[in-house]
Design a protein around this ligand. Sequence first.
Ligand SMILES: [Zn+2]
Length: 685
Amino acid sequence: MNEKRQNNPRANRPKQGGQKNDNGPLHNVSRGAAIRAQKRSVQDANRKASQYLDAASSNNNEQPRRANVIDDSPRLKIIGLGGMDGGGSKNMLVIEYQNDAIVIDCGNDLGVDLPGINYGIADTTYLDQIKSKLRGFVITHGHLDHMGALPHILPKYGVPVYGSRFTIGRVEEIFSNFGLPMPDGFELKTVAMNEDTHERLKLGEFFIELIRVTHSIPGSTMVVVDTPVGRLINTGDFRLDPNPLDHERTDIPRIEELAKEGVLALLSESTTTERPGRTPSESTIEQSFIDIMEHAPGRIFVGLFSTNMNRVQMIVNAAVHHNKKVAMDGRSMVSTLEMAVRNGFVKVPKGTFVPIASAASLKDEDVVVVCTGSQGEPNSALVRMSMGDHKFVHLKEQDTVILSSTPIPYTGNDALIRAMVDDLLRKGVHVHRHETYVVDNGGPLHVSGHGSIEEYRDMIKMVKPKFFVPIYGDFTAKKYHMDIALQEGIPRTNIANVENGQVINLTNDKLVVEGEVPHGTVLVDQTGAIVSSVVVKDRVLLAEEGLVAVVLTIDKKTGALLTSPDIISRGFIYMKDNEELMNAFRGELRRAVIQRFKRVDLDRFKAELKDYVTHFLYEQTQRSPIVIPVVNVIGGRTEKQPLDAAGQPTEKTLAQKSPEEIALEQQRRFAAMRQRLLNQDARLD
Ligand SMILES: [Zn+2]
């Protein structure tokens, strides 16, 4: 989401570098306009970064109708700490009753588009508040948006993770691949539940059970939670595939059985509630791979989502059918495949797999490579192969590339995919995409892992819940889902479209949305470390406007500049190309020192200097970089030292200080300066 300012001061910007008109420098910009322009830049940066504030920064602690933490009334509480916005990312639901609570799903948000940020996770301030009630995390399936935040969040609570066998395999996989060490004493406790035998486990006052559903990763389940108030069902992600490749259909008989006993509330995922009809079965695309392999003149490369193991199985089957070897590439895919093969979820005849390193030595017509990169992700295996950056494999004329996915909506991935396809076609590679399968003379190459409207409807019809809460989607997707529930006869008063943090209070005859708990987003960088939103704001501002530091060294006694003003510019303008502007700038700085330094105190002088510089640069370039004034004042040792009660100088003079003390002081000064910089939006008013 790129929010663009409405009155872009750069729209009619002259060429960078202080161009002058016939009347000399552009002095037609008011000081107020310059300050306003800078304020806008700061606001833009704030807005961009503020889409992802943590609970403390978003102030929702101070909201008046805050939910009571030590609420032990006989009410069931359902709270989405994540997953109730942003297309269903960082999914995380809390189910709480008196002294017990469980968390369903614990995902991350890979769609965060901020400099240096890898993903977002849910703020868990609320979980800290109810820590003693937590009995476990139950994970519906092994996609990252449902479990990717566990390595960050789980160690704080030390409770077990429950899920199907494949899901638990995924949990162990992400913990072993996590970049940062776990805290001392933390031990990952997992409980693999059997979804086929309808195994039930007691977690505090709750009983949980998993029910098999079809989705795009093995071991996907719904979670049944029997509570003292009634039965809840969280669908997880699902479609109702009548003919899945692994013959593991959604366990409809069990759903109907539970429905007969009565279901208080259905919490149903809302990813694709705007898509009419039904999602085609996975089996409808099987023949397409067999056909393409039949006719491809050379090597075949298939790009997929790294966890789509059923699709991998489909391609392995097609390759075996044509007597070809299969190589895998992409770290995440290889890691998941190893786990899936180990646990019997993917079955590969002996001798079918070959290492990617030896793929180049096989005959072209014998090679199928399954890899990551179907979304055109930079650094993915397929993109590196297409750009000639791959260690073992470079794509060439007569190779065939099959993209077996569609662009993830709202991500900008379609542009990345397009650029990759450009590269491939330029090289003479045959490209097959799902979107163009008709003109490519092939069959369909992808089906969604999520249902369409009629499947969402079927779920409601099967479960027959008293109350309905759409989850895992943004407001719009949940709204469409609500409409389906209304059509199926669920009264409006029994349906709620809630946002993250809002508390649903449920009794057996009433649903009330009441109060809000702390919630928000915590940002994580490539190393797995948490990044403060203050830092992110700075990065956005720097990226948009650049930075100018002016360093002035002034004689305390005379108030004169001791050296020529030093100007450091980064990401603003290239100083060597703008000598005229820089000379004028230095002149302005000299004048500012002469006119103001002796008249005001140092802090005031710096503040004025910052405004002055901001104004000057805006006037000349119509841009508002971050301005950092650094003023070194030299001399003044003759000044009388303030004395403490014992008659000793309270502050050492410069000569008495060790180099370490001087450095420390400098550090403090820089910290103070930084603080002022961060507060600049407040100071501009
Ligand atoms: Zn999923």
